[in-house]
Design a protein around this ligand. Structure first.
Ligand SMILES: Cc1ncc(COP(=O)(O)O)c(C=O)c1O
Length: 432
């Protein structure tokens, strides 16, 4: 009897705190509200990127500089969203700025032709990530769609094995039962996907892959589920999945959209996942019957030149290692202050997942492990109060660090988390 009563009063107290925080949010952000009211007239729900919607209205940002963003009401925040990992370089890196400007001034933007810049960047990507050949795409969603098309063309098979909680793009999301984040759904080739219901469960993955057998075109997997809650995949699990795919003559596609930043040669290399044989010939336009892969901006000069400069001169192997070590230390300190509370942290290096659960468990190998224990009320309360303290984080509980974020700012966040947990001791401390 006692646990139920405690739970109810805890949830009631959390609801009261949440309502108060929401009221302050509304009072503090009239310009964001006005912007949202305007935007709903032209964009469905005032939104053109679903995950950025938050109720009662999203904050509208007007500017970013270095590791900070400012909203339209004039509040300044430390940017811990980091554009969900894509904003690695912050908002005003001098070399990136200079490369953008010199591309505009000296190269031009849309040359409607192949250029030397795409090869220069491709050569660096191949050398850095141990790849034979690459193709460029504009988004992660697109890259995965083309990778799947390539795998299907190469194997002449259709089925793709994915994992619950996996996110491979707006139309390739497999949140399902296992996912932490409510991340869209799968809306393409729906009948072709077979979902393994647990991430990090090699025996189950093997069974599912063997079941698909000779129909397997590919296994598509993240080395760490990002949108699914920053849940690292075990090396043995991932290597086992790769071997199982090979056994069936299917390809192994490691989606490194988020995780390529976690180690100098990407997370795959770090975990001993060697790329499949070079299947990129399926895109060779000199060969009849190969796949078309077009996209007006695939080789746009801005990205080719900035990507090259950033990888070559800014995010060097040494910088990558030091940055991710800093992330490990940051997460460890957050863990320390949250010990015994309903807040726990997962992730790897510079990518951190925040979880609010009934028992504060840190044992999260798969979204299913926390599915029935999630405390979204506490998650929302945390998000709102971190905004008040000047920290821009995602409501879903994800931090992607930005290069060059001052140590003192990370210290300030750790302290804000400690103060939050102290202020809400009664609802944040676990009963057991
Ligand atoms: C692992 C992974 N794959 C694919 C995507 C899709 O990338 P994009 O949003 O650029 O389409 C994401 C986006 O977060 C991702 O995390």
């Amino acid at each position: 009897m006692a646990p139920n009563i405690t739970l109810t009063s805890n949830q009631e107290a959390a609801q009261a705190a949440l309502r108060a925080a929401e009221a302050r949010f509304i009072a503090n952000n009239p310009q964001s509200k006005a912007q949202h009211d305007l935007a709903v007239g032209t964009l469905p729900g005032g939104n053109t990127r679903t995950l950025l919607h938050t109720s009662p209205f999203p904050l509208s940002m007007k500017q970013g500089k270095d590791a900070y963003v400012w909203d339209v009401d004039g509040h300044k925040y430390l940017d811990l969203v980091g554009e969900l990992s894509a904003g690695l370089f912050g908002h005003s890196h001098p070399l990136i700025r200079q490369t953008l400007l010199s591309t505009i001034d000296d190269v031009g933007l849309s040359l409607g032709a192949t250029t030397p810049h795409e090869h220069t960047y491709a050569a660096l990507l191949c050398a850095r990530f141990g790849l034979a050949r690459v193709r460029m795409a504009n988004t992660g969603t697109e890259a995965n769609l083309h990778a799947l098309a390539g795998a299907r063309h190469f194997t002449r098979r259709r089925k793709v094995v994915v994992f619950a909680g996996g996110y491979h793009g707006a139309v390739l999301a497999f949140g399902g039962e296992g996912g932490v984040a409510a991340a869209g759904g799968n809306t393409v080739d729906v009948g072709d996907f077979v979902v393994v219901s647990r991430y990090n469960d090699l025996a189950l993955a093997r069974e599912v892959i063997a079941g698909v057998g000779g129909a397997l075109a590919a296994v598509l997997v993240e080395g760490m589920q990002g949108a699914g809650g920053c849940i690292p995949g075990g090396g043995e699990f991932l290597r086992g999945v790769q071997a199982a795919a090979r056994e069936q003559g299917g390809l192994f596609i490691l989606d490194e959209v988020m995780t390529s930043r976690l180690a100098p040669n990407g997370l795959g290399a770090e975990l001993g996942l060697t790329p499949d044989l070079d299947v990129m010939a399926v895109y060779d336009p000199r060969v009849e019957g190969t796949l078309a892969h077009s996209g007006t901006f695939n080789n746009n000069t801005l990205v080719m030149r900035v990507g090259y400069a950033a990888l070559n001169e800014v995010f060097t192997a040494e910088v990558c290692v030091a940055f991710n070590e800093k992330g490990e230390r940051f997460r460890e300190r957050l863990r320390e202050v949250a010990r015994g509370s309903r807040l726990s942290f997962t992730g790897r290096g510079s990518l951190i997942g925040l979880h609010f659960t009934e028992d504060g468990t840190e044992e999260i190998d798969c979204g299913l492990d926390v599915k029935d224990k999630r405390r979204e009320d506490l998650r929302d309360l945390f998000w709102l109060e971190m905004l008040e303290a000047g920290f821009w984080t995602t409501r879903r509980g994800f931090i992607a660090m930005i290069l060059g974020t001052p140590d003192e700012e990370l210290d300030r966040f750790v302290e804000a988390v400690r103060v939050f947990l102290e202020r809400h001791r009664a609802i944040m401390v676990c009963d057991n």
